[in-house]
Ligand binder design. Sequence first.
Ligand SMILES: Cc1cc2nc3c(=O)[nH]c(=O)nc-3n(C[C@H](O)[C@H](O)[C@H](O)COP(=O)(O)OP(=O)(O)OC[C@H]3O[C@@H](n4cnc5c(N)ncnc54)[C@H](O)[C@@H]3O)c2cc1C
Length: 604
Amino acid sequence: MAQQIADRRDIDFVLFEQIEADKVTEHEKYKDLNKKTFQMVINEARNIGIKEILPIIKEADIVGAQYIDGEVIVPESYRRVFDILVEGEWTAMAVEPEMGGQGMPECITLAAHEYLGGADFSVASYPMMGHGSGTILKKFGSQEQKDLFLKNYYTGKWAGSMLLTEPEAGSDVGALKTSAVKNDDGTYSITGNKIFITNGDHNLTENIIHPVLARVEGAPEGTKGISLFLIPKIWVNKDGSLGDRNDIICTGIEEKMGLHGSATCSMSMGSKGDCRGMLVGEENKGMRAMFEMMNFARLGVGAQGAQAASNAYLYALDYARERVQGKAIEEAMNPDAKSVNIIKHPDVRRMLMWMKSNVEGMRSFCYYIAHLFDQLELADSEEEKLRIDGMVSLLTPVLKSYNSDRGFEVCVQGMQVLGGVGYTREYPMEKLVRDSKIASIYEGTTGIQGMDLLARKIGMQKGQVFINFIGEINKIIAQAKETKDLEPLASRLEEAVNRMAGVAMHMGKTAQSAEFKTAFANSVPFLDVIGDVVMGWMLLWRAVVAEQKLTEGAKKKDVTFYKGQIKSAQYFINSTIPITIGRINAIELNDSSPIDIEEESFGG
Ligand SMILES: Cc1cc2nc3c(=O)[nH]c(=O)nc-3n(C[C@H](O)[C@H](O)[C@H](O)COP(=O)(O)OP(=O)(O)OC[C@H]3O[C@@H](n4cnc5c(N)ncnc54)[C@H](O)[C@@H]3O)c2cc1C
């Protein structure tokens, strides 16, 4: 049984039938592209994922990244994949071709990434990290810095990274201690230690240009005093030539649960007193710049969760179709009955249905947000930009956390479908479980996303963003209500939307009251409520499209696919949305026991 990555039919459905991503070609910026080009690009990414990446991941997972004599060595097989991704210009697909990209919309980039990072995040992360680093440099860097680094980032010639975390500064980035002192030549001398740095060092590129957060001596405490620097592993002269080895070194890598091929590095800067960095933007304005990169990265992490889930679902589905075990329940008392494939058993069907609906909902959620990014770029009025930007900001913590938590749970469920073999190393499921867990931890834990949602997002633009969000869902509900079969689902989702609006008001008020701690103890369940409703919205939207296609008379091969869409919406809205209402009831009880309990009473 071969591992698959993502259902191509489903990707096409979301892109071209649900969100109609190809409409961007009506705009000047993408006028030279068309649906056929998009499909060719995705096909090519799929070929790379299946033919080049999947075959190497098992061995690379066992070997892992290694730290030998002060050097970080990636699994040998990564070199070929790295070269393919760099040569094919897959590293920064949405960037304009003159800068080394493919000039693709974000939606198409996401579809290609389903097959690249989706096949194995560890290997794909090395050439891709320069894109994120380039994003901040493009917006906040000086012209000189852009000329020196941007194209080399985008083309994968030099790698990027992201150095925030320190032993005493994890979720609380503002507590960082790394310090910077200005030199006479305008550079800064940097001293400090960072931990958990993804791909902080490796042997795949001749240079790594690290974006690093540090505090200029004398700057205010907390996030207000943080500046952003670029620290090249090998110094880059003004003419672009390479200079001396800079005093930034990897002092070790973590042994971790998953993502074995990705080096998670401890980094030391200035241990010999000679680490030089360049300021990006202004002093003390580093957090704003880093947030820009983090927001982008958070959407990538949400997609990572969905991609792991997609792999897990397809593998579990294939397994359930092949594995023969037990009699069909209706034949349980018949001694002559033959054993059946496990997909015939009601409980296995429940697990698969749960996985299918979650994978599809998460996929649509990711593409919806990627499409908002495209629309944001193409919007021609400030009002429209403000509206789209609001939606992206509101939904970023939800996408990041909901998809990473649910993605992991789908992988765990996939393991359950496989039974004992799912727990063994011979099958890919345990690696998916191990690799997917990190998504809920890095780029801001689920707890931090919940706080962001409650403290900063629901009240944005005096609540107008939340109102716009509800308006978008209601448009789909109204369409679904026009169809007899979908009307009951639409009504059930509508009830949840109304309750969600109520619980948002409740949370907003509680967060401003003496009981604010209780509100924050509920911020993750609240985030889950919003995530559930978004999933219901995405799946109902899919069902509306599928119903239309069926009514218009779909081709025979598409009929089963469209019927499957309606079943996903039906299952999710009938099985999860009632739990969502229960979650809302629980939140509104305002139970304060996590706050009131004396610390000693936790026991232990
Ligand atoms: C494999 C891996 C790769 C990573 N890659 C990078 C990287 O490339 N660059 C980088 O800079 N960092 C990276 N990190 C670090 C990662 O971002 C942090 O681990 C993460 O932000 C959490 O910080 P922490 O580990 O210090 O946990 P802590 O901040 O100590 O959190 C522990 C727990 O407390 C909760 N918590 C903490 N503060 C609060 C609060 N104020 N309110 C409510 N709950 C709170 C958290 O939600 C969490 O559940 C990586 C980590 C790993 C494991």
